[in-house]
Design a protein around this ligand. Structure first.
Ligand SMILES: [Zn+2]
Length: 115
């Protein structure tokens, strides 16, 4: 598969609906650590959000043990392998390359424009 790294990056940004329950839990746990934890016990809304999304699940912690980037790489690669046919990827009509975003209309590889 051509440009596999770019496809994986695209999936990790735009196709996280295909992440499984544990992977979604890991995403929420990560957000809880970086966004809610700094305000925990100071802002009530943040405390509630932290307590809701932070996780002690060993499976979640295992998924995140090598960092958020490695987590997304692994999860997106799994989605690519298991759900390729269901994914609606925005690809170039000319060369088939993956666009940068779901709404992009210009190819980053061959520069073809399809607006
Ligand atoms: Zn192209």
């Amino acid at each position: 598969m051509e440009h596999k790294e770019d496809i994986i990056e695209y999936i990790s940004i735009y196709c996280t609906d295909f992440y499984n329950e544990l992977e979604k839990k890991a995403m929420r746990h990560y957000v809880a650590q970086v966004k809610f934890l700094p305000y925990k016990d100071r802002v009530e809304k943040m405390t509630v959000a932290y307590n809701r999304d932070s996780s002690n699940d060993p499976g979640v912690l295992k998924l995140l043990k090598d960092g958020i980037q490695e987590f997304h790489r692994n999860a997106a690669e799994r989605v690519l392998n298991e759900h390729f046919c269901e994914l609606t990827l925005n690809t170039c009509p000319k060369c088939g390359g993956i666009a940068r975003t779901p709404t992009a209309r210009q190819c980053r590889y061959c520069k073809h424009n399809w607006r």
